[in-house]
Design a binder for this molecule. Structure first.
Ligand code: GLN
Length: 483
């Protein structure tokens, strides 16, 4: 049961073939069986899960109109606030943090009576690409326990791939939904900036962060996006525009679709097997009547350096609030106020977070602001303009999601630069605020490869349709790891 998708289970629930309590128990049984190996969760919320499952079963029995995610077990990344439930950001500084409120998306899912299984592991404060930066432990890739699940939403992607949930939420600042989805052989969708409320998402880089679905197929991604999208007055960057029903975009057609294959992401630094899989995917689209042409995005080479100025700058400001006064950990070594601050942050933050705070503070400081931060903002505009030009010619753009399949645990842990480069294909999309989806498109050395489909701003429908059509013509998404 726990290996099915949300839309399959929804039908079974409606036909009274299973109950939500049975599904939930199957999921927790799988967690008990595999969690020792996978380590996807920081905390489990079985009590709350069963409570919602029972209520969902009651609602289903009542014959009321049942929304698709009612009674479906969902895992939530541990940087989204859950009222009264520990929310750590996988950081020691928030080890015992109990939020006094729910994130908007958590509340929305609770109102639908979705079933929250627990809070998933991430790189501390979502800074990383492997979950190795978690303040607690590294999550393992269910396809090969010696490799990373990607990051930062590695726990959510691994839990989904290992059937330790039916679907999950991740957040994506520079690739953190799509890259782990790619590494774990599942679907990951980063929505357009402003489509999904960030209220209650613990901020990393506020101009880049977005919450989105990690699922077993494209249909589930559309269903989960339906559940979380929409204007929220509690998030000042949330966009007030009507939200379509994304289920309507699940149409099996790519006829005359104009697709740009990003040539700059098909060259040096990208594994041969990955390139081959993307070229094959392009042929699949052509066989459906799509027109595929190469497109060059000359500013992409500046995307990673631009991101590693803007994201740390924003992070250094956002993380200033963790000072031992209002939230989480406070050092016991506190002879005076200043040393309380120093020691709290020294003890509470891991080394990658400290590195980002130092870089961010540096690029924002007087005398360096113009040379680094302001220049990065200008580069960001140029990257945006490259996309604008491309979307005059194309409906969607495609590329690999990541330059390689999942790497070994420890392989890049001491080499931040090479770790940063694993987001080369995803970062430009965040800088431009666009939607993009990663979906399975092949294997290399027994590990999944991800295809990235990028859409124009608020063109989630076209993006989902292309992904859905591709999925109908292939069966990569049906392959599951053997744990
Ligand atoms: N890997 C990137 C980073 O370390 C992106 C992380 C994210 O999207 N949250 O910043």
């Amino acid at each position: 049961m726990n290996s099915l998708t949300a839309h399959e289970l929804h039908q079974l629930l409606l036909n009274k073939k299973v109950s939500s309590v049975e599904i939930t128990e199957a999921v927790f049984k799988q967690i008990e069986k595999n969690e020792d190996k996978v380590k996807a969760y920081v905390s489990l919320t079985k009590e709350k899960a069963l409570k919602n499952a029972e209520e969902a079963d009651k609602r289903i029995r009542s014959g009321e109109n049942i929304p698709p995610l009612c009674g479906i077990p969902i895992a939530i990344k541990d940087n989204m606030c859950t009222k009264g439930t520990r929310t750590t950001c996988s950081s020691k500084i928030l080890n015992n943090y109990l939020p006094p409120y729910d994130a908007t998306i958590v509340k929305k899912l609770d109102d639908l009576l979705a079933v929250p299984t627990g809070k998933t592991n991430l790189d501390e404060f979502a800074m990383g690409s492997s979950t190795e930066n978690s303040g607690y432990f590294t999550t393992k890739n269910p396809w090969d326990l010696k490799t990373v699940p990607g990051g930062s939403s590695g726990g959510s992607a691994a839990a989904t791939a290992a059937d330790e949930c039916i679907l999950a939420l991740g957040s994506d600042t520079g690739g953190s939904i799509r890259q782990p989805a790619s590494f774990c052989g599942v679907v990951g969708l980063k929505p357009t900036y402003g489509l999904v409320s960030r209220y209650g998402l613990i901020a990393f880089a506020s101009s880049l962060d977005q919450i989105g679905p990690i699922t077993k197929d494209v249909t589930d991604a559309a269903l989960l996006l339906n559940a979380i999208a929409g204007y929220d007055q509690k998030d000042s960057t949330s966009v007030n525009r009507p939200v379509p029903n994304y289920q309507n975009s699940l149409v099996n057609s790519a006829d005359k679709l104009r697709i740009g294959l990003i040539s700059d992401l098909m060259g040096k630094g990208i594994d041969e097997d990955v390139k081959k899989a993307i070229k094959t995917a392009a042929r699949v689209f052509e066989s459906m009547g799509a027109i595929v042409e190469e497109v060059s995005m000359p500013t992409f080479e500046y995307a990673v350096p631009t991101y590693y100025i803007i994201a740390p700058a924003e992070a250094s400001s956002n993380l200033a609030r963790f000072d031992g006064v209002k939230f989480g950990h406070r050092s016991k070594e506190a002879p005076d106020l200043i040393n309380m601050y120093y020691n709290t942050r020294k003890e509470g933050f891991g080394s990658e977070v400290k590195r980002r705070i130092m870089i961010g503070t540096y690029v924002l400081s007087a005398g360096y602001y113009d040379a680094f931060y302001l220049k990065a903002l200008k580069a960001r505009t140029l990257i945006k303009q490259d996309f604008e030009k491309a979307f005059k010619r194309f409906d969607i753009l495609i590329s690999p999601t990541a330059p390689s399949v999942a790497f070994k645990i420890g392989e890049k842990a001491n080499d931040p630069l090479s770790m940063y480069l694993s987001d080369i294909a995803t970062i430009p999309v965040n800088l431009a605020g666009l939607p993009a989806i990663s979906l399975p498109c092949g294997f290399s050395k027994g590990l999944p490869i991800g295809l990235q489909i990028i859409g124009d701003a608020f063109a989630e429908e076209k993006t989902l349709q292309a992904a859905f059509a591709y999925e109908q013509h292939t069966d990569w998404h049906k392959k599951r790891p053997k744990l």
